[in-house]
Design a binder for this molecule. Structure first.
Ligand code: 3PG
Length: 211
């Protein structure tokens, strides 16, 4: 699990994917890989999630996780499909404990000091900071990082090319998540070249020095 966190931190970016049709998973995965980002958080907001995770995980060259995981049953489904990490919008003991049983990384949402302490009590030191934009953004993370020195954050929600550097400049930020490089309308249109280009742009931005 520590290894997986290290890999996510190295990637710096976690594309948050919403797929209506699992058939789009293969070309989407290829576009992400070709764009230089072999990472995806496939959300359980659609019925296609498990099949999409399976298609991506079966490649063997991507860090594939499940997102919007709200129940322990969804953890089982996600892990059976091949997810190696599980992201939730909030912190659920049931979800975190089921992840531990499976030996997969849990990345629950936490944006307040109380929520972070709850995550710490569950044995976690990395949390999703969601929704980042409306929860105080980078200044809030910087403030929380003072008392919670060992905690790393993955801000998601309202993150994009214009503000990504504000987050990535913070030592407490492990990676940022977002959907801007995998727009639903481009995927629905079968425009995977656009996904590849947006991904390559995001990778270049994340890797470039903070201005
Ligand atoms: C998530 O589930 O992490 C967010 O919906 C992604 O947020 P974004 O669409 O603002 O990037």
């Amino acid at each position: 699990m520590a290894d997986l966190l290290a890999q996510l931190s190295a990637a710096r970016l976690v594309p948050v994917v919403v797929l209506d049709d699992a058939a789009d998973a293969a070309p989407l995965a290829q576009a992400l890989v070709d764009g230089g980002l072999p990472v995806a958080e496939v959300t359980f907001r659609t019925a296609a999630a498990a099949d999409a995770i399976r298609a991506m995980a079966d490649r063997g060259d991507m860090l594939v996780g499940a997102g919007t995981v709200l129940t322990a049953e969804q953890v089982d489904t996600a892990v059976a499909a091949g997810a190696s990490y599980v992201v939730s919008p909030g912190t659920s003991r049931a979800v975190v404990e089921r992840c531990a049983e499976h030996g997969v990384l849990a990345l629950p949402g936490a944006v307040t000091a109380t929520e972070i302490q709850a995550a710490l009590e569950l044995g976690l030191t990395t949390v999703k900071f969601f929704p980042a934009g409306t929860s105080g953004g980078a200044p809030a993370i910087a403030a929380l990082a003072a008392p919670f020195g060992g905690v790393r954050f993955v801000p998601t929600g309202g993150v994009g090319p214009k503000n990504l550097h504000e987050y990535l400049a913070l030592p407490a930020v492990a990676a940022v998540g977002g959907s801007w490089m995998v727009p639903k309308d481009r995927i629905a249109a079968g425009d995977f070249a656009a996904v590849r280009e947006l991904t390559a742009e995001a990778v270049a931005l994340a890797g470039s020095p903070v201005p």
